[in-house]
Design a binder for this molecule. Structure first.
Ligand code: AP5
Length: 227
């Protein structure tokens, strides 16, 4: 990706951090489409494992349904296996990982072992906006495309533009589960941001703007242009 060329000669490990509903999935999708970088979303991988009823999916489902995090050892193994694939040789983009300080420590080691450059971006979005985004989100269980009833509706109500499947609300987007996910974020993921801020600047992105404006800022930052 351009960022890797502009900011570092080493392969880039690019992290998108931020609370549930901040727009990480939306932006990581755009970045991957525009740059071709390998995009790794742990939430998508877990939902796929649940749909396929794999052993990982069986363990993850009851935790995710109640807004809890899946244990670190499972996630660390999942990431290690995924980044060993050839599409990650020249760098990758992580959405949803690391989410705990233990996961961050495992990633630090992986990045060191592979001689990669770490870039971390954190999305700020007010809580009331997160709640609106999550309650209006609709999701395709077949291809994992994401929509929003107001801000990015599908062309035909309730039908995925990409594959024609019926859209649903994610089980963890119910109001009581969202509250639990936000609690987990504050308790377990905010310390990850602090973990990185002790070592280097974490770029803060105002995520409460139009999708294209947010992407423009990310692109500018990755290209090393002043904002
Ligand atoms: P995951 O799928 O990663 O969920 P999340 O981090 O809670 O993030 P979301 O997918 O809810 O939000 P997002 O920031 O991607 O926002 P999006 O772009 O979709 O994880 C789910 C669960 O899996 C976790 O709770 C946990 O149990 C487990 N898990 C995953 N990773 C784990 C890990 N590392 N360790 C342990 N457990 C793990 O946008 C949201 C909505 O807003 C959409 O409708 C979108 O269209 C809309 N929107 C986006 N941007 C904008 C904008 N700029 N303006 C207006 N609307 C917008």
């Amino acid at each position: 990706m351009g960022a890797a060329d502009a900011k570092a000669k080493r392969p880039l490990c690019f992290l998108l951090l931020g609370p549930p509903g901040a727009g990480k999935g939306t932006q990581s999708g755009i970045i991957a489409r525009r740059t071709g970088v390998a995009r790794i979303s742990t939430g998508e991988m877990l939902r796929d494992a649940i749909a396929r009823k794999t052993p990982l999916g069986e363990k993850a489902a009851p935790l995710m349904d109640y807004g809890n995090l899946v244990p670190d050892d499972l996630l660390v193994a999942l990431i290690a296996e995924r980044v060993a694939l050839p599409d990650c040789t020249n760098g990758f983009l992580l959405d949803g990982f690391p989410r705990t300080v233990n996961q961050a420590a495992a990633l630090d080691q992986l990045v060191k072992d592979r001689g990669m450059e770490l870039v971390v971006m954190n999305f700020d979005v007010p809580r009331a906006v997160l709640l609106r985004r999550l309650s209006g989100r609709r999701w395709c269980p077949t291809c994992q495309a994401t929509y929003h009833l107001e801000t990015s509706p599908s062309k035909k109500l309730g039908i995925c533009d990409n594959c024609g499947s019926s859209l649903i609300q994610r089980a963890d987007d119910r109001e009581n589960v969202v509250a639990k996910r936000l609690e987990a974020y504050e308790a377990q993921t905010v310390p990850v941001i602090q973990h990185y801020e002790k070592r280097f600047p974490v770029h803060r992105v105002d995520g409460y703007r139009d999708v294209n404006e947010v992407f423009a800022e990310i692109e500018q930052y990755l290209n090393g242009e002043p904002s």
